[in-house]
Design a protein around this ligand. Structure first.
Ligand SMILES: C[S@@+](CC[C@H](N)C(=O)[O-])C[C@H]1O[C@@H](n2cnc3c(N)ncnc32)[C@H](O)[C@@H]1O
Length: 267
């Protein structure tokens, strides 16, 4: 799923990383859930991506990300027991039984369901020690899905405070309507544009920051695919390798669909 266009998305994101807010970034509640899950972990931790908030959760941490721009813009430097390497989560360059924990924020959404999920969970199981923890905040489409028109109507009624929440709800509505957990990023844009061709009017009605609305254009030429399977579909892919020991939700807008999942490697 790694394409030139996807790299461009991450290049753009790298530039305006600090402007992203939950649910696209983890908040304090998510970090508390992860800290609790890592309490008994003293050894090496692997971070999927370079999420700065997660980087602080361990003193012995290796981060792995396949985008040079994100590493350059977001990684805070190799020091105090932390280092980053450029590489693919689906082909990890580590020996078996290397890590005591793996953590990631929203990482699964960047992988295509189901094959890349299967591969990722296999890779995680391989590099984790027996009993090692896998903590992931995931974005899951609810069982009772909603329609794109319902999401857009709520936006105009001022019921969606955060445009990033809107983006994810629209993407999940596309997934619910199609029955396919994978959604083309370009289709999220096309649907947005179809419902809201007049951006100034949209900004007036929703009170969303016009710059954030304009940033939606980044989705227009993307050939990337995001995935938002239901929680039950995610479970199907890890249950062979992991035992679920926790599922916690924060209280921010959309938190119900963004749980922190804690798994234990069963060897
Ligand atoms: C961790 S994820 C999701 C965004 C998340 N909410 C965050 O806070 O960082 C973002 C990162 O994943 C990286 N990435 C996506 N797919 C990857 C893969 N297959 N292997 C390695 N890195 C990947 C991207 O380059 C990006 O820096």
């Amino acid at each position: 799923m790694q394409t030139i266009t996807q790299k461009n998305i991450w290049d753009d994101l790298a530039r305006r990383w600090n402007k992203l807010t939950p649910p696209l970034r983890p908040c304090d509640q998510d970090l508390d859930f992860m800290k609790q899950g890592l309490q008994s972990v003293a050894g090496q931790c692997l971070l999927l991506g370079v999420t700065p908030e997660l980087c602080c959760l361990s003193d012995k941490l290796v981060a792995i990300d396949n985008n040079e721009s994100m590493i350059r813009a977001v990684w805070q430097g190799n020091h105090n027991g932390k280092r980053v390497i450029k590489g693919d989560w689906l082909q990890l360059p580590f020996e078996e039984n290397t890590f005591d924990a793996v953590i990631g924020d929203g990482s699964l959404t960047l992988l295509e369901y189901p094959l890349s999920y299967e591969r990722l969970f296999r890779e995680m199981k391989k590099v984790l020690k027996k009993g090692g923890k896998l903590l992931l905040r995931i974005f899951a489409t609810p069982d009772e899905g909603e329609t794109c028109s319902a999401v857009c109507r709520e936006a105009l009624e001022g019921k969606i405070r955060n445009i990033h929440v809107f983006k994810w709800r629209l993407a999940m509505a596309l997934v619910s309507e199609s029955g396919n957990p994978n959604v083309r990023v370009r289709d999220i844009y096309i649907t947005f544009d179809r419902f809201f061709p007049d951006r100034e009017d949209l900004a007036r009605q929703t009170l969303w920051d016009p710059q954030n609305i304009a940033d939606f254009e980044e989705y227009r030429d993307s050939s990337s695919i995001y995935s938002f399977p239901r929680l039950s579909d995610v479970r199907l892919k890890y249950q062979q390798h992991f035992r679920e020991i926790g599922l916690r939700n924060g209280t921010y807008e959309l938190a119900q669909r963004c749980p922190v999942l804690t798994l234990e490697a069963s060897k």
